[in-house]
Design a protein around this ligand. Structure first.
Ligand code: ADP
Ligand code: MG
Length: 675
């Protein structure tokens, strides 16, 4: 493959033609050009404007493919190579120097020189020193940290040469490198290029208009109308040591993720205002979505909390079935109704022995009045608590404001509001704890005893106040109190009929089978779990509806991002051309765009979630202010935070995908022509 003693030419062009076709017209820009070039020679290409000089350089530099003919470099025909192979060729074998420098104006000299190294196998830690070394080579180490637009034309062109040398290439291609420079700077550049041949043995090909530089050349090729007009090799060729490529330069690799993000970050900060605007677009979409879903989730959580406060979700409430010819709503055991399946102590025992039942107890409630004189008493509802062995079940006990639950048969918990009315304004309610109080309980008609018309008996007992409940009218007595009161009210304790039984399931998953089983036994069954499920389903629809609205908001934001990204591709075409010309792969260019979109989207997502949280808190405050409650209708669970951020970043990446692909697929030559 390699030339031995320089006899086999390093570059060979065989009948290379380049034809442009435009609306049925053909422009033959290069016509069967054939020549050989040796390593270590300084080649000058001359010719009038439009003669095909740049086209020829693009073919040699792997930026364009010939319409016919062969372009062989170091024995390999590069004219057949695919995009990625050509990228690698540009990155490792050739360095391009342009008339208009084609440097990234917003970046420093050092950063521009480092750019090709990002995609090389040069270790990250060595990239900086390597770039500095190259700047030193072109005499600009003192200007390393200046931005390109702070440099003179001659200095910028020297930075471009340093960049071209970054991969230690065999070939340097320069397209009218002195065209924008004064003659002194031009001379300096030409001398520098010549030294790359004389000192380093590279092949340097320079396109120029300036006949002044002919004496520097080993070879002068003149083009006219796409054909070679003359080709003279000069005898003054100085043999030099063959240039050797670095071990690393042939290896290809992707740009490191960190370098990529750094580049993307710079691109974003360069156009900060626009990037922030795009981010805000994402933020608006995310805010709307998070707010809408959060409101749905918040309302639902509120409902779940409300229902859960009624008792544990594993609780199943069993009541007797009312005969079909009875009056009143099902489940009620109003006066005179016929109960088809009464609940007795036998039923209680059967229910508590069902599999997966943790325990079962009678649900007993009494109407009661407090006070010594029956007519001036305050009314309340006294409910029997669960038996003590079930107290460890979460949610089975109601909330207490103060004190503790009654243990023995004497204790009672009364509502705090009622307690307040019992003490003079000057003394504390807590002074009531441990005090005796007369309670007159009224048997709830029909709820105990065999059905039938019964007089409404009442039963007065002295109780001890043990605690205060938060509810306005609910008080509590112990299970043993509730059961002993039941016996007093019943006509016949042997056939005592209970108004209902609470069955506690061992697990949530066994609630449904138990409900089914007990229903089949002929009872009315209500479980919080099933109630909750049906309400939850209703709220899931609400949530989904709100989420869909939020999703639409996000899609709109995504489209906005897409438009902005597309616009930035148009605007950045030249930068993309530069990246592609120095051999950054398509994949890396599109990754660069996607990382920009990702950063913008991530930022927008985070901002969106924060704004939604703020707006949600304001909504909650307003609702609480008007409803005088602690109810919150907006909730921000952790999954919604993640969802918001993920959707912000994700939708941006999606919206950026097409522009990124388009950016990457741009032909480097076409992209560079955006001037
Ligand atoms: P030079 O560099 O010698 O001035 P070029 O190689 O740039 O000339 O261009 C040679 C000819 O090819 C010109 O006439 C130009 O108009 C034509 N040409 C270059 N690029 C294209 C293209 N993309 N489509 C059509 N014609 C082109
Ligand atoms: Mg040109």
């Amino acid at each position: 493959m390699d030339s031995i003693g320089g006899t086999i030419p390093f570059v060979q062009l065989e009948k290379v033609s380049r034809i442009y076709r435009q609306s049925n017209q053909e422009f033959v820009v290069l016509k069967e050009v054939t020549f050989d070039l040796q390593r270590g020679s300084f080649v000058v290409i001359l010719g009038p404007s439009g003669s095909g000089k740049s086209t020829l350089l693009h073919l040699l530099g792997g930026m364009d493919r010939p319409s016919s003919g062969l372009v062989k470099v170091d024995g390999a025909d590069i004219s057949k190579w695919k995009s990625d192979q050509l990228s690698q060729y540009r990155r490792t074998k050739v360095g391009f120097v342009f008339q208009s420098y084609n440097l990234l104006a917003s970046q420093s000299a050092l950063e521009n020189v480092t750019l090709p190294l990002l995609a090389s196998s040069v270790a990250k830690s060595d990239q900086h020193s390597k770039a500095m070394e190259l700047l030193k080579r072109v005499g600009l180490e003192e200007k390393a940290n200046l931005k390109i637009n702070q440099l003179s034309g001659g200095q910028a062109q020297r930075v471009a040469i340093a960049r071209a040398l970054a991969a230690n290439p065999d070939i340097i291609l320069a397209d009218e490198p002195t065209g924008n420079l004064d003659s002194a700077s031009g001379q300096q550049i030409m001398t520098l290029l010549a030294s790359l041949v004389r000192d380093e043995g590279r092949l340097v090909i320079v396109v120029t208009h300036n006949e002044e530089f002919i004496p520097l050349a080993d070879r002068v090729i003149r083009l006219r109308d796409g054909q070679i007009q003359s080709d003279e090799a000069k005898a003054n060729m100085v043999p030099v040591e063959k240039h050797t490529t670095d071990a690393h330069s042939g290896k290809s690799r992707s740009i490191r993720v960190l370098s990529l993000f750094n580049l993307a970050r710079k691109a974003i900060t360069t156009r900060l205002a626009r990037s922030i605007l795009t981010s805000l677009g994402v933020a608006i979409g995310v805010t709307m979505m998070v707010l809408l879903i959060g409101i749905g989730a918040g309302i639902k959580a509120n409902v779940v909390k409300g229902i859960s406060s009624l008792g544990p979700l594993t609780m199943i409430h069993v009541t007797p079935k009312v005969a079909s010819n009875s009056f009143g709503p099902p489940g009620s055991t109003a006066l005179g109704t016929q109960v088809s399946s009464p609940i007795t102590s036998k039923t209680l025992s059967t229910l508590s022995h069902l599999s997966n039942v943790r325990g079962a107890y009678v649900a007993a409630t009494y109407f009661a009045t407090i006070g010594s004189k029956s007519n001036s008493g305050q009314s309340l509802v006294l409910t029997g608590l669960a038996p003590k062995n079930l107290w460890s079940i979460k949610g089975i006990l109601p909330k207490l404001k103060a004190g503790h639950f009654p243990n023995g048969s004497q204790g009672v918990v009364i509502p705090l509001s009622l307690a307040k009315s019992l003490v003079p304004t000057s003394s504390k309610v807590s002074s009531l704890l441990g005090q005796k109080i007369n309670i007159r309980a009224t048997f709830q008609p029909g709820s105990f005893g065999p059905s039938g018309i019964t007089p409404t008996p009442s039963y007065t007992q002295t109780m001890i106040i043990r605690g205060f409940s938060s509810s306005g009218s609910s008080g509590y007595i112990s299970y043993s109190s509730a059961m002993s009161w039941a016996k007093i009210f019943a006509n016949d304790s042997k056939t005592l009929h209970y108004p209902g039984v609470n069955v506690i399931s061992k697990t949530l998953s066994s609630v449904r089978p138990l409900v089914k089983k007990i229903t089949n036994m002929g009872y009315n069954v209500v479980s919080l779990d099933t109630t909750l499920k049906s309400i939850s389903t209703a709220f899931s629809f609400l949530e989904a509806g709100l989420g869909a609205l939020g999703g639409i908001a996000l899609v709109v934001a995504g489209l906005m991002i897409g438009v902005v990204m597309s616009m930035s591709v148009l605007e950045k075409k030249r930068e993309i051309g530069i990246l592609r010309a120095i051999g950054i792969r398509r994949k890396d260019v599109s990754r660069l765009f996607l990382s920009q979109a990702f950063i913008i989207g991530l930022f927008g997502g985070v901002v969106g979630v924060i704004v939604a949280d703020g707006a949600g808190s304001i909504i909650n405050a307003i609702v609480q202010n008007f409803s005088h409650s602690k109810a919150s209708i907006f909730g921000l669970p952790w999954w919604l935070i993640l969802l918001g951020i993920a959707l912000g970043a994700g939708s941006s990446v999606l919206a950026g995908l097409i522009p990124a692909r388009r950016a990457a697929s741009l032909n480097p030559v076409d992209a560079l022509h955006q001037e």
